[in-house]
Design a protein around this ligand. Structure first.
Ligand code: MSP
Length: 713
């Protein structure tokens, strides 16, 4: 079998990774796992881009050396890949000595061939944004980005004669219509090549930028960061090492990247390969961008999705599944917690979880928890289930394989992860349909044991197929699924990526599951997500809402099954400062929110040690000022005098009291409560009030002569 090679872009270490980075890397990992499961020798490369201006600036801002910055900042990437079950074959850093040497050797080679030449460049240079601008782009003669002055400078630089390869590149595109995917991006690049193609400036004088690979033929310059970075795809394979150009994994089958860096790959990189006498990769795939709840992800909007929070909340496999399932690869997508939770509750819990639970329960009830042996000739329905399993597992290759031929008809499937998952789900839904049709509970009642055994065997075997097909996407969950149906996934050799039981070869014949295995009961593969399970996250999401109506809408988007009344009380509970820290089993969904809020407090019949009570710092306070929190009808912001200090607290008593009537009152507050932010306003403590079943609120007030700050004990 031919080897398989997939790459991701190498990420700048000027920042920590977000879901955009995770997206490409998960996609590459899925491809790598699939091809490994099929039995190919594979190589999956990812890494970090450590040179250049952005990184140098980031280090400068932190007041440390660029090297030290890089030595720290590559680690969060590796850590995230580990947590996401992403297992690259190699992780490259462009400051690796081996890589730097390859960059220099490649440069020298092109220089010797006359494909890199020195030229003088004149133009408007902006020191503030460290780049040249065209005259037409200046605004009032100044840098259009920074508004700072620009100066006319003349600078010598080295240029790669990229324009010489324009026709060869157009020719390659024409003879390889599936080279760039999706098709729209292929057309975009052809359009780009219709215009004149400039040569590429590949050096930076050291007096402007010193953080880069020194040019081997001129020590006053470093290499332009893209020229250095793109070479990682071959340097990691050992290119130009011992002067051999026989690269086992080259050309790459797939090079994945976001749409914003397609031109650098499709034009710079491919012409570089032509110049170096290397073949282009088989396919370049440019995926779309993620927005968050409809908005561009950006630091200033404070809406950058931290993949660690997603992993903590939902688990790594669900993050993997969601990102690839939700949006067709190549299109832009919108991230929302509502979407991820509905995927968990519907696809994973209802469809797959249900098929599994029903089968395991049946095995427990009727076959002492064992996989039964099938008997008799298969019925047409049995046959249909088996045929579907075989057909779908065989078809999945069309989504993950690359095409040697210019085969445009089949190529619409290329890397359509979401369609591949949809195919698997058609099968999973069919398992449920098969169970409904065969009505095994009825068979049990009628004591048709042989038929019952066959039906159950078929369900468990179908679930085994589902596990193997899903394994590239959800490696942990697939292993867990196999263990639930009685298998013990093990690797043939230490360090193998895929356990034997998840190899594609186990799908060659229907009936691979051994009878007699003991199924594992009581394990839930995909627990339903309820508001109580994700309190901390929900609190964060709801805090971002501008007002209570928006908070309610957000909540209802995430949990559409809730009635608004119940949702409102739950929101209130979640936004109560101390509710988040409470742990314990989720409330039963039948209890009302009232009950839930109350049951979260110690009941009156519980005996409390005095020491426990004494840990609560209750103090008297005087309300100095009060005002409503913007866009909230319940929350009031109070400044209180605690004797030795003044503090701000936020209280949900706005329906019962006006700010004016609160000013001057003497109240009781919990002074040592962990600070919390309510509707964007920080609260350092909590006042005490009573409420009845109708949610009427009665503020606890002390004798008006009480001095503020006294401890209540
Ligand atoms: N270092 C260069 C790549 C060099 S490859 C030889 C680079 N690095 S980057 O860290 O800025 O970006 C890496 C990738 O993240 C790009 O593929 C980009 O498309 C992707 N994304 C950044 N934000 C994204 C989203 N919001 N959504 C999806 N992908 C996004 O460019």
């Amino acid at each position: 079998m031919k080897p398989f090679y997939v790459t991701t872009p190498i990420y700048y270490v000027n920042d920590i990774p977000h879901i955009g980075h995770a997206y490409t890397t998960i996609a590459a990992d899925v491809l790598n796992r699939y091809h490994r499961a099929v039995g190919r020798d594979t190589f999956f490369l990812t890494g970090v881009d450590e040179h250049g201006q952005k990184v140098e600036q980031a280090a400068r801002q932190r007041g440390i050396s660029a090297k030290q910055h890089c030595d720290e900042m590559y680690q969060p990437f590796q850590e995230l890949w580990r947590r996401l079950n992403i297992k690259p074959s190699a992780f490259i850093r462009t400051t690796d000595a081996d890589h730097e040497l390859v960059v220099q050797k490649a440069m020298q080679r092109l220089y010797d061939q006359g494909l890199i030449v020195k030229r003088t460049y004149e133009g408007w240079y902006s020191t503030s944004s460290e780049r040249f601008w065209m005259e037409k782009d200046l605004v009032d003669g100044k840098d259009p980005d920074t508004g700072q002055t620009v100066e006319w400078i003349s600078e010598s630089n080295y240029f790669f004669l990229m324009s010489r390869f324009k026709e060869q590149l157009i020719g390659h595109l024409r003879t390889h219509p599936t080279f760039i995917r999706p098709k729209s991006r292929y057309n975009e690049i052809l359009g780009f090549l219709n215009r004149e193609l400039d040569d590429l400036c590949i050096s930076r004088p050291k007096n402007r930028l010193s953080w880069g690979v020194e040019l081997p033929f001129d020590r006053d310059y470093v290499t332009y960061v893209w020229f250095d970075a793109l070479l990682n795809y071959v340097s990691a394979l050992g290119y130009l090492k011992d002067d051999s150009t026989n690269l086992r994994f080259w050309p790459a089958n797939f090079q994945l990247m976001g749409k914003d860096i397609l031109t650098t790959h499709a034009v710079y990189w491919i012409t570089m390969l032509f110049a170096l006498g290397l073949e282009p990769p088989r396919h370049i795939f440019a995926h779309g961008w993620w927005t968050v709840e409809g908005r561009k992800m950006s630091k200033s909007l404070k809406n950058v999705v931290d993949p660690h929070i997603l992993i903590d909340t939902y688990g790594p496999d669900i993050v993997r599944y969601f990102l690839l399932r939700e949006v067709p690869f190549g299109q832009d997508g919108d991230f929302s917690h509502a979407a991820i939770i509905s995927r968990i509750n519907a696809d994973l819990g209802n469809d797959l979880g249900n098929a599994l639970n029903r089968s395991v329960a049946l095995a427990a009830r009727s076959f002492e928890g064992k996989v039964p042996a099938p008997s008799g000739d298969p019925t047409p329905e049995d046959q249909e289930l088996a045929n579907k399993a075989l057909a779908i597992s065989a078809k999945l290759g069309t989504y993950f394989d690359d095409y040697d031929e210019a085969d445009e008809t089949n190529s619409k499937n290329i890397l359509q992860f979401s369609s591949a998952l949809e195919e698997i789900w058609t099968f999973i839904r069919f398992i449920n349909k098969y169970i409904d049709q065969q009505a095994p509970w009825q068979l049990a009642k009628e004591d048709k044991r042989e038929r019952l055994a066959t039906v159950l065997y078929n369900c468990l075997e179908a679930l085994r197929y589902a596990a193997v097909m899903l394994a590239p996407f959800m490696p942990d969950k697939s292993e867990q699924l196999l263990t639930i149906i009685g298998l013990k996934p093990t690797c043939k050799e230490q360090g193998d990526l895929i356990p034997q039981e998840l190899m594609w070869s186990t799908l060659q014949q229907w009936g691979g599951l051994t009878s007699g295995l003991i199924v594992k009961q009581g394990e839930i593969l995909f627990p339903r997500i309820e508001p109580e399970h994700i309190k901390t996250l929900l609190r964060e999401i709801l805090t971002q809402a501008e007002n209570e109506d928006k908070a309610l809408k957000l909540f209802m988007d995430i949990f559409p099954r809730y009635k608004p009344g119940k949702a409102q009380s739950l929101i209130q509970e979640i936004m109560t400062p101390d509710s988040v820290t409470k742990t314990g089993p989720p409330e039963s969904s039948s209890s009302t929110s009232q009950k839930m809020a109350k049951s979260a407090l110690p009941g009156p019949d519980r005996e409390l040690e005095y020491e426990t009570f004494a840990r609560v710092e209750l103090r008297t306070a005087e309300v100095k000022s009060a005002e409503r929190v913007k866009k909230s009808n319940k929350l009031i912001r109070l400044v209180i005098d605690l004797g030795d200090e003044e503090r701000q607290i936020v209280a949900g008593i706005g329906l019962a009291y006006t700010p004016e009537e609160l000013i001057g009152t003497k109240i009781v507050v919990v002074a040592n409560l962990k600070p919390a932010t309510l509707m964007g306003v920080e609260s350092k403590g909590m006042l005490l009030a009573a409420s009845d079943d109708q949610d009427n609120i009665y503020l606890l007030q002390v004798d008006p002569s009480t001095p503020p700050g006294l401890r209540i004990k």
